[in-house]
Design a protein around this ligand. Structure first.
Ligand code: F6R
Length: 242
């Protein structure tokens, strides 16, 4: 794992955008794996700038997102479809038909999960997967558990996650109970992984991920087994490292 401890969030965002943008320059038809959440927002702003400035052209890029809530429409401002449109896709030129985000609103969710992994494989696999990390070590919606789940799958959100997300909704009852997420196998199959984390509340998870045992209790710890991981974190997130 290549670890970069950066001065601040802005430096992380710049460096991360450099890596992803560099990939697009070297391989214009590359397959990007993308994440939502607060961590990649700065990187997405930089990538949008790189497009505006004529540095990076996304017209041949294909994207696959990690996850989505079930039963929220794509227009709902809490959906990850909405998030990606607002923070990235409306600012750059990835063709709509090349954008893949799992659907949380399909009748046959089992089929949706299978087809999602099949579509990634058919595209040739993810060249670089962007990840954030939860303060409990989750990646995607792969929460701490007794076993790693390989493929894209349905997740029942934990009571604690539902409570934590309630602030984004009108009431706790409006928070989705389920989500669809790429599994640990789907993520580990990416050729390269870029994990971004900042802030003191990520320190424990970063230490466990890099220095702890590989265990489904800390889903990100599996990244120790991946041959090409780059982590860009700030000093606060690095504070627990020996
Ligand atoms: C987002 C995702 C999540 C987040 C994680 C960190 O698609 O899959 O695993 O990456 O919860 O979230 P932030 O970046 O908001 O701290």
């Amino acid at each position: 794992i290549h670890l970069y401890v950066c001065r601040d969030y802005d430096t992380i965002s710049k460096k991360a955008a450099g890596l992803v943008g560099g990939m697009v320059s070297v391989k214009p038809n590359c397959i990007l794996g993308l994440a939502t959440g607060s961590s990649p927002i700065g990187m997405y702003e930089r990538l949008a700038e790189m497009y505006r400035d004529g540095i990076t052209d996304f017209s041949k890029v294909t994207t696959f997102n990690l996850d989505e809530y079930c039963a929220l429409s794509e227009e709902n401002d809490q959906s990850y479809h909405y998030f990606m449109r607002e923070h990235l896709f409306r600012h750059i030129n990835v063709p709509d038909e090349n954008i893949h985000i799992p659907s949380g609103c399909t009748q046959d969710m089992e089929m949706e999960c299978q087809q999602y992994d099949a579509a990634i494989a058919a595209a040739g696999g993810i060249d670089i997967q962007v990840l954030g990390i939860g303060s409990n070590g989750h990646i995607g919606f792969n929460e701490p558990a007794d076993a790693f789940i390989g493929p894209t799958h349905l997740v029942n959100l934990k009571e604690s996650t539902i409570k934590a997300n309630a602030r984004f909704f009108q009431s706790e009852a409006d928070v989705p109970r389920r989500a669809i997420s790429m599994g640990i196998g789907s993520i580990m199959a990416a050729k390269k992984i870029l994990l971004i984390a900042h802030g003191a509340n990520k320190a424990k998870a970063i230490t466990a991920t890099l220095e702890g045992p590989i265990t489904p209790e800390v889903p990100a710890s599996i990244l120790q087994l991946h041959p090409d991981v780059v982590m860009m974190i700030d000093q606060e997130a690095a504070a627990g490292l020996s």
